[in-house]
Design a protein around this ligand. Structure first.
Ligand SMILES: Nc1ncnc2c1ncn2[C@@H]1O[C@H](COP(=O)(O)OP(=O)(O)O)[C@@H](O)[C@H]1O
Ligand SMILES: [Mg+2]
Length: 582
């Protein structure tokens, strides 16, 4: 219940609707409670005394009350739905906002599939429980107590019947809820797994096809899907058990009333109408208990989902801005890594991916970072925009520790083209000005020209207005990379980070991008991760990373003399005049 209660704050803005709904239900309850007494009057006074006007009068009254009750029930439904839907929308919004604030390391832990389930299905589970709650929160307890009291008032002789049957029902409910509760969490976990497989497959459907692994993936999905079905059936089987057992107690109740009531009537202690009314009240009492138990089951189910929702809402971004962080910054672009050690799990440097890295990039300089895959190049450049925090040492921009700068301020002064290009659906223009939506068309074109993207963009049928993504065109890997570079350049950042972002671009175009960047040189510091030596020949400084350590540093000419590792790389790629396309 704890997590579900925490979500109550999302109902608060709609408390008026939420309070109105059960109150309207009150109308229906009161009307319902009056009906059996009126039936009793028809039987005992109307039929038995053959009083036709009384029968008609009472019948009309019953109809009137039923209409008022129906009005109450229907309005309850309207306000409950409003509350529940507004609650759900706000909750999804809050979850989405939370995900936006999370750091890279949080997102390493929370899989996409899990997040999808939590934002959709888990919210729905909680909504359903709330809906039931608003419907029967007042109705069930009130009907329960009301009809119990009315039953006792009607026929005090038979009061022992509810007193025996109610505890019996309670025991059944408790047993079933205790069995079902842990199963709900397992169903949601399995839903995570299903979403994960689905998300992975939809994103990678081309690879699946290319490697002819359709059958394998179908089997994998089938297994996950079957397991979900099995778990859902298991919990549903437990819950449906409740119904027949409840019906047995209800039928026991009727049998008891007829038996003991019959005895009383033959002895002249009770009237027939009294028995009918009592039977009605007893059934209502027992049935209210069934409703309450269904609510308990739903709350148990919602709690399982609430725990998972709460986990996201409560997760703290691993990287937080200090309260006194700098929000004003117009950096010159002096970048320094000082004795930087870094590991992803924050552990000791046994498993560090960067070890004692010292590196300085002066304003306007281009520093190239070379090294084999897994040597830590991406990890290194991710420390500057503070995607992760260093384990030891510090990273500074203009001499200021990046941990002392407000995250948004810091990232606005860094343009980044990531190793894996991500473009959004939308036009090419929107993609380029993603980081600066107010950029003018001239600025967009200038950035695209520098990134050598302008020519192929204008050759497209709709130029800069060409839509990308699902309903638009597909670009080649190299074209996407160039749009990503334009997007980074448009920020006119103090520091430009290109993480292997010309790997899919042909050598000639790459050279032209280099030239364009050199023409912009002086405007920004550039950290350029590269695989190809050809990309780094003109850099002001080249560092070679190996196993998380800098093993060589200098200009191309210096390194050719001083570093055997660099010479080896050079020879393997360019030595015999053969250009390696990486
Ligand atoms: N998000 C991550 N979580 C844990 N380990 C990671 C993560 N990203 C990269 N690594 C590990 O860090 C090491 C360096 O990776 P990376 O910086 O991407 O190398 P490079 O960019 O030079 O190819 C690799 O061993 C890789 O497995
Ligand atoms: Mg990398």
């Amino acid at each position: 219940m704890r997590s579900a209660l925490k979500l109550a704050k999302f109902v608060r803005p709609y408390w008026k609707w939420a309070a109105l709904a059960p109150l309207l239900m009150l109308l229906e309850v009161i009307m319902d409670l009056m009906q059996p007494r009126l039936i009793q009057r028809i039987i005992d006074q109307g039929i038995q005394q053959l009083n036709m006007p009384l029968i008609v009068q009472t019948g009309l009254l019953m109809m009137g009350l039923a209409i008022v009750g129906a009005f109450g029930g229907a309005s309850n439904g309207v306000f409950a739905v409003k509350t529940v839907q507004a609650f759900g929308a706000d909750l999804r919004e809050a979850l989405f906002q939370k995900v936006q604030t999370l750091s890279f390391s949080n997102l390493d832990d929370l899989e996409t599939g899990q997040l999808i389930t939590r934002l959709t299905n888990d919210v729905t589970q909680v909504q359903e429980a709330l809906q039931t709650l608003l419907r029967i929160l007042i109705r069930a307890p009130l009907l329960l107590i009301g009809s119990l009291v009315m039953a006792i008032v009607t026929s005090p002789q038979l009061v022992f019947l509810p007193l025996v049957l109610m505890p019996l029902e309670l025991v059944i409910v408790v047993l079933i809820v205790r069995r079902a509760t842990p199963m709900f969490g397992r169903v949601q976990d399995q839903l995570d797994a299903l979403n994960e497989v689905m998300q992975e497959n939809l994103a990678g459907v081309r690879v699946v096809k290319a490697f002819v692994r359709g059958a394998y993936e179908e089997a994998r999905f089938g297994r996950t899907n079957d397991e979900l079905m099995a778990r859902t059936i298991k919990v549903a089987r437990t819950i449906v058990l409740a119904m027949p057992f409840m019906m047995i107690t209800l039928n026991l109740g009727i049998a008891g009333v007829l038996w003991f009531g019959g005895v009383n009537v033959t002895q002249g202690n009770m009237e027939v109408g009294q028995i009918v009314a009592f039977a009605n009240y007893l059934l209502t009492t027992l049935f209210s208990l069934v409703m309450v138990s269904m609510l308990v089951v739903q709350v148990a189910r919602a709690e399982a989902s609430a725990v998972r929702i709460d986990e996201v809402l409560e997760s703290e971004a691993a990287i937080q801005d200090r309260p006194d962080a700098l929000t004003e910054l117009s950096p010159r672009g002096y970048v320094a890594f000082q004795s930087v050690t870094f590991s992803y799990n924050g552990g000791s440097d046994g498993d560090a991916v960067l070890k004692g890295v010292n590196l300085v990039a002066e304003p306007g300089q281009t520093v190239a970072i070379l090294g084999s895959t897994g040597s830590g190049k991406s990890s290194l450049v991710h420390l500057l925009p503070r995607f992760y925090d260093v384990s030891e040492g510090r990273v500074t921009l203009d001499g200021i520790d990046v941990r002392d700068i407000d995250g948004a301020t810091l990232r606005r002064s860094i343009g980044l083209a990531m190793q894996e290009t991500v473009l959004f659906s939308g036009t090419i223009r929107d993609n380029i000005r993603y980081g600066r939506p107010d950029a003018t068309d001239q600025e967009v074109i200038a950035a695209a020209q520098a990134a050598q993207a302008h020519d192929f963009i204008v050759a497209l049928p709709e130029g800069y207005d060409t839509a990308l993504g699902q309903r638009g065109v597909n670009l080649s890997g190299g074209q996407k990379q160039r749009i990503a570079i334009a997007r980074a350049l448009l920020l006119q950042p103090a520091v430009l980070i290109l993480d292997d972002s010309t790997s899919s671009v042909d050598v000639e175009t790459e050279a032209r991008i280099q030239t364009a960047l050199e023409n912009l040189a002086g405007e920004h510091t550039c950290l350029m991760v590269a695989q190809r030596v050809s990309s780094v020949l003109n850099a002001d400084k080249i560092v070679v990373l190996d196993g998380g350590r800098i093993v060589a540093e200098g200009t191309h000419d210096e390194l050719m003399v001083a570093s055997s590792i660099y010479r080896e790389i050079y020879d393997s790629q360019l030595g015999n005049g053969v250009v390696n396309h990486g």
